[in-house]
Design a protein around this ligand. Structure first.
Ligand SMILES: Cc1ncc(COP(=O)(O)O)c(C=O)c1O
Length: 415
């Protein structure tokens, strides 16, 4: 018997979950705390506003938990004292220093503050670096499927997307395949390290092969490390690309921020390590007004995150790891036809629906029939056809409802 959208509606948020969950929340252990769905629906953020009210959103990469207490304190006191004037952090090197300490403590790599630029988003320096270091018509290699704006930046700048299809090599980067993907006009590559949407945390050998091939072909390497803090592997953690050696550092631009780790996407503060001299000189030559400034709230939230957010983040990462394991195990037992490679990093699961009867448009069918909002695979490139991306950074009860709806939708099509 097929379930209809109205069946799901009857058992959905705001009905069932809203009644089930109280508003109390522990900020340190988010794993088994009750979700405050009222709070989530009232937020101005797009995650819970984009779809109709009976849809559970599991799409855009924002977490549902309130951010770290240190950040709430910092922003709360700014609001209480109307501290919105031109902010000191926009004129000194406190943010580069805070990033250098964070990165050194966690990953053993200290980005030099003199080579660090503070900007508003992580994507901004990607677009700037490509426009400064490549020319119209040049090839820019992407490891696909990949975060959709990478495609649009390359195309809007009039550069060409050159693809390394990761799913053809078991989601691993292989030096020979990389060499054969590069064409005569390829001048740069953009790496999501860790990788969105596959959840790969590239290992030292893979990153070294990228560094070697980049040196061989004299490519600029832009490494987007916004997911740096969400690596679940035991032992080996995140490896910043620029930590691989002097040549890697000098041909790269590393971009990151506190925004993914602490849910600060709307606050507009990011950092870029400008290892490549052409990019560094090009940016230095621009009128600073063209780049825009960092806003006071984003600056202070970032400083609080990197100075005092580590304990909170450890709790969140443990929660996400448990969510990941729960998701993978439920899918394996209840929906084995949906393949998923356990993400080594990120809070995203790249679900392969190609063996199901909703393969032609999984995200569309899950939205229409299941009332659950995943990111459509084709947004991540042609290699994403038959896939959908699920964000599992939410409360366990919400995640279970998301999984229930996926299971019901796919099972209904089995009959
Ligand atoms: C790989 C990657 N880069 C960049 C971003 C967005 O960063 P920002 O808003 O700082 O540009 C995201 C967001 O999900 C992402 O996954």
């Amino acid at each position: 018997m097929k379930s209809s959208a109205s069946d799901f509606r009857r058992t959905s948020i705001p009905g069932r979950l809203k009644r089930l969950f109280a508003a109390t929340m522990s900020l340190m252990d988010t794993s088994h705390t009750p979700p405050d769905v009222e709070r989530l629906r009232a937020l101005t953020g797009i995650k819970w506003r984009h779809f109709e009210d009976d849809v559970i959103p599991a799409w855009v990469a924002d977490m549902d938990f309130p951010t770290a207490p240190a950040i709430i304190d910092a922003l709360g006191s700014m609001v209480a004292t109307s501290d919105f004037g031109y902010n000191g952090a926009a004129f000194d090197d406190s943010i580069p220093k805070a990033w250098a300490d964070w990165s050194f403590t966690r990953f053993g790599w200290r980005p030099e503050t003199e080579r660090t630029k503070v900007l508003s988003t992580t994507l901004q320096p990607i677009a700037i670096a490509l426009s400064l270091a490549t020319s119209p018509g040049d090839g820019v290699l992407l490891f696909t499927p990949v975060y959709p704006p990478f495609f649009s930046i390359v195309k809007k700048l009039g550069r060409r997307v050159v693809e390394y299809p990761l799913n053809e090599t078991g989601w691993r980067i292989e030096a020979d395949r990389l060499r054969s993907a590069i064409d005569a006009g390829t001048r740069a590559l953009v790496l999501a390290n860790p990788h969105n949407p596959s959840g790969r945390s590239f290992d030292a050998a893979e990153l070294k092969s990228v560094a070697d091939v980049a040196e061989e072909y004299d490519l600029l390497v832009i490494s987007d490390e916004i997911w740096q803090d969400f690596v679940y592997a035991d032992g080996a953690g995140h490896i910043p690309f620029a930590s691989l050696g002097a040549d890697a550092a000098n041909r790269s631009v590393i971009v990151t921020s506190a925004s993914k780790s602490f849910s600060l996407g709307g606050l507009g503060c990011a950092v870029a390590y400008l290892g490549d001299a052409k990019v560094a000189e090009g940016i230095a030559a621009l009128p600073p007004q063209l780049l825009g400034g960092v806003n006071a709230l984003g600056a202070q939230a970032t400083l609080a995150a990197w100075a005092r957010g580590d304990q909170w983040l450890s709790g969140v990462v443990a929660t996400l790891r448990a969510n990941r394991d729960h998701l993978v195990s439920r899918l394996a037992s209840e929906l084995p036809e949906v393949a998923v490679q356990t993400p080594e990093a990120t809070y995203l699961a790249w679900l392969d629906f190609r063996a199901t009867s909703i393969a032609h448009d999984p995200a569309g069918r899950l939205l229409r029939d299941g009332r659950v909002g995943l990111s459509p695979g084709p947004d991540f490139g042609a290699a994403g056809t038959g896939f959908a991306r699920l964000n599992f950074a939410t409360y366990r009860e919400v995640l279970d409802e998301v999984i229930d709806r996926i299971v019901r939708t796919v099972q209904a099509e089995r009959l």
